[in-house]
Design a protein around this ligand. Structure first.
Ligand code: BTN
Length: 247
């Protein structure tokens, strides 16, 4: 559809900027991109390493008319679009670590931070923020991340055009999102399951309420993780952080 595309050389965080624009009434589809972020944010209060000229840092404003319980579908479809972009634009074997880390060869190459603002009628808007490590050299990463993170460049050595990757990403995001709004989430869900590294694995799940150990048996139609604990009870997990356990 018609898109407002806003490019900045530097922002604190594209999510912060997009939230301000959304609250000022900017329409669905508004895309905020920055060459670098001085305070890129990750999930659970972490920061996102955002050097100039290397990664893609972008946020999109969505105003979906959806029941609240279906909102996690947006998280899953974003992860699918990002993974497909690495696979199809860059020929790299990306996988999804539920709910929305993107891995290549077991290292994190991209992350997603979705922030929903609700009002009396439900969801007012969602800001979906995506950070992708593209041309980064790994020695540049802060020490904590160096072993756990990767970039397209580190996996494949060829420098690539961030603009081309971004275009590929936006096209896939739009297509999965329009499918969702049209009531056909099936294909996206199927793709998400097949790209997921969690299904079938024993894992530890950490949430704000504590932790669970069990086997991930499926992702349900809303994008929730189904985890069977040692006593056989199946838990429906809306959010949290998983660690796949070695066998
Ligand atoms: C995570 O894996 O913890 C999520 C990382 C999300 C990073 C992106 S970069 C663009 C957008 N703006 C932010 O401040 N964060 C997201």
């Amino acid at each position: 559809g018609q898109t407002d595309y806003l490019y900045y050389q530097e922002l604190d965080s594209t999510n912060n900027r997009a939230r301000v624009l959304a609250s000022e009434g900017y329409p669905e589809g508004t895309v905020v991109v920055a060459d670098m972020q001085t305070a890129g944010r990750g999930r659970r209060g972490r920061s996102w390493y955002s050097p100039s000229n290397q990664g893609i840092y972008m946020s999109v404003i969505l105003r979906p008319v959806l029941p609240l319980k279906e909102i996690s579908r947006i998280s899953l479809l974003t992860a699918v679009a990002v993974a497909e972009t690495f696979e199809e634009e860059l020929n790299l074997p990306a996988r999804i670590k539920w709910p929305n880390d993107i891995l290549i060869n077991d290292k994190k190459v991209a992350g997603i931070l979705s922030e929903a603002v609700t009002d009396m009628d439900g969801i007012e808007y969602i800001v979906v923020g995506i950070g992708m490590n593209i041309n980064n050299q790994l020695q540049g990463f802060p020490g904590d991340f160096r072993t756990a993170a990767t970039s397209a460049r580190a996996e494949d050595a060829r420098p690539v055009s961030r603009v081309k990757v971004l275009q590929g990403l936006l096209a896939r995001l739009e297509s999965h999102y329009l499918d969702l709004l049209a009531g056909s989430f099936e294909g996206t869900l199927k793709k998400g399951k097949s790209l997921s590294v969690a299904i079938g694995q024993e894992l530890r799940l950490d949430t704000i309420n504590g932790f669970l150990v069990g086997k991930a048996i499926d992702i349900d139609e809303n994008g929730f993780l189904l985890l069977r604990d040692q006593s056989g009870i199946v838990h429906t997990i809306i959010s949290g952080e998983i660690t796949i356990l070695p066998l």
